[in-house]
Unconditional design. Structure first.
Length: 156
């Protein structure tokens, strides 16, 4: 019984300490947070489709690296510990070539504007999607309601 009570008190005290540490870190971070910088960084990285190793991924890493350099950080080269403001960019060999989409769109036959285009919606194609033949593909549009299993039955 005493062991259970001691364990419960220990668990509660550790939890309370962790919460106060989190609150302290939040206060430190909140004081230095600049929403304009956050929006600028987001605007930069969101203009790219990013997967490790491709143009957008590397450009985004270097964008953040430049922010760190301007703030006084120095790149760690060989496990230096003397500098309080250091950063490290992890590098690993790629097991295969990276994937980088070039363009995509869905257009309804007879319409002049695409229904959806990659330049305005980079989430329209899945990663590693194969290229379509030159000139594209014409396919029938099929309404599947909400896409439930029953609504998809016989339509795929």
């Amino acid at each position: 019984m005493k062991k259970n009570l001691l364990f419960a008190l220990l668990f509660v005290s550790v939890g309370a300490f962790a919460q106060s540490q989190t609150a302290n870190y939040f206060k430190l971070t909140r004081a230095a947070f600049n929403e304009k910088n956050a929006y600028a960084t987001t605007a930069f990285v969101e203009q790219y489709f990013r997967v490790p190793g491709n143009t957008g991924f590397d450009a985004s890493i270097h964008y953040v690296e430049n922010i760190l350099k301007k703030a006084g950080y120095v790149q760690e080269k060989a496990n230096e510990f003397e500098g309080p403001l250091t950063y490290r960019i992890e590098k690993r060999p790629m097991k295969r070539n990276t994937w980088e989409p070039v363009n995509a769109s869905v257009t309804i036959v007879g319409e002049t504007q695409p229904l959806i285009a990659f330049k305005t919606n980079r989430n329209m194609i899945p990663i590693n999607c194969p290229s379509t033949p030159a000139g594209g593909v014409t396919a029938e549009v099929v309404f599947v309601g909400k896409g439930t299993a029953a609504e998809l039955e016989g339509k795929i």
